[in-house]
Design a protein around this ligand. Sequence first.
Ligand SMILES: Cc1cc2nc3c(=O)[nH]c(=O)nc-3n(C[C@H](O)[C@H](O)[C@H](O)COP(=O)(O)OP(=O)(O)OC[C@H]3O[C@@H](n4cnc5c(N)ncnc54)[C@H](O)[C@@H]3O)c2cc1C
Length: 439
Amino acid sequence: MADIKIIGAGLAGCEAALWLANNGVSVKIFEQKPTKYSPAHKKATYAELVCSNSLKADRLDSASGLLKAEMKLLGSSILPVAESCRVAAGGALAVDRDDFSDAVTALVKAHPLIETAEGEVTQIDANELTLIATGPLTQGALADEIMRLTGEAALSFYDAAAPIVTAESLDMTKIFAASRYGRGTADYLNCPFDKAGYEEFCTELQNAERAPLHGADANLTVYEGCMPIEIMAKRGADTMRYGPLRPVGLVNPETGHRPWANVQLRAENKEGTLYNIVGFQTNLKFGEQKRVFSMIPGLANAEFARYGVMHRNTFINSPRLLTAGLSLKKYPNVYFAGQITGFEGYMESAASGLLAAHAIKNTLDGRAAPRYPESTMCGALLKYIAAETKDFQPMGANMGILPPLENQIRDKRLRYEALANRAVDAMNNHLKCDTEEET
Ligand SMILES: Cc1cc2nc3c(=O)[nH]c(=O)nc-3n(C[C@H](O)[C@H](O)[C@H](O)COP(=O)(O)OP(=O)(O)OC[C@H]3O[C@@H](n4cnc5c(N)ncnc54)[C@H](O)[C@@H]3O)c2cc1C
């Protein structure tokens, strides 16, 4: 019998299986394809990229590049494969998706310590060492089983989510902090539109290009309370002014008057480094989000830590359910990895597979799960999914979740370089101490 069962041969499952097997742990990995497909999966092979073929930026001084650098230090198997399947994409690591998926599948299938099994898994034995990595489209019997194990009435999912921008990229000369009617503390950042600016914005939004929806998601009915902003705009220019862009109870300190319309930004994290554009759930293409939402006063140079998305995205309530080692608090043998934990994105999902694999190996060796420094991207993502919030939502790698530098650096490129170098040093130190402790 294998040391561990892994459910789902996606990015997280394959990365975890390969790392564990390369470190002497025998694995049995279960994949439902080709017997059963989610609405977005089409290929019979493993590690399928269901949408874009980009694994994002490669430069160390970018959040995605830093994540990749840390993954290499942690022993990623997926990244070297991606690099060998690279297609031209400027500063990004984009891959030929078929070659990538075929190569990962071949690697997994050829490994002497990995056994592969085909078919949908519907039950979990909480006494067996198991890693659940079934992705954001986990459905049916397994979703019910996860709810039973976690004691949650429903798995969280959203149909549409609003974009998140970094605080440092906002033009605060155009934005004012206030709560409606001056109630409580000035928790919101307000972006006031005049009439002409609002009308121009509204026209661009009405005509902006939407992203195609996949399979069953094409039939998703959107709750009125979670309506994409572009659909609201199409209902008429005033609809948004009576909805999320209502200006009532606000006075623009610059004009002394109520704005014609007003966009509110709400802090996304305790540190106040990230802001959510309130009510801007959207299914616009990412480029269109950047173009149109940059018309909002104060957002001309906004940096999007996460774009709005609209698709089924099943994830567990990680802050409540998981330990720092990604196992269930209630059932320590059951681990989770991938997008289902709230690590958002292809590389983030693979990274969480690596993190879970390291924790599992430690458990098998009778050691505690590793504690990564918060200044690393991996440590910061783990911290993010452990932080209790009222409305837990997935998060991808971005510089906004790293603790600020001790000395402020104004130039963004230099600041990101310093943050990345600090993170790589911290990860190297962490791994060095970990090895010394082991020997
Ligand atoms: C429609 C859509 C588009 C996305 N586009 C992007 C994008 O462009 N860029 C980006 O960075 N991220 C994107 N994501 C988010 C995320 O990065 C991907 O979903 C990523 O593939 C998640 O990796 P994972 O390993 O968690 O899950 P997956 O890669 O989805 O792997 C899960 C695997 O588990 C299998 N499985 C599921 N249930 C069972 C079961 N019961 N038994 C056995 N096997 C099972 C599945 O068949 C699948 O192979 C998208 C997500 C969705 C849903």
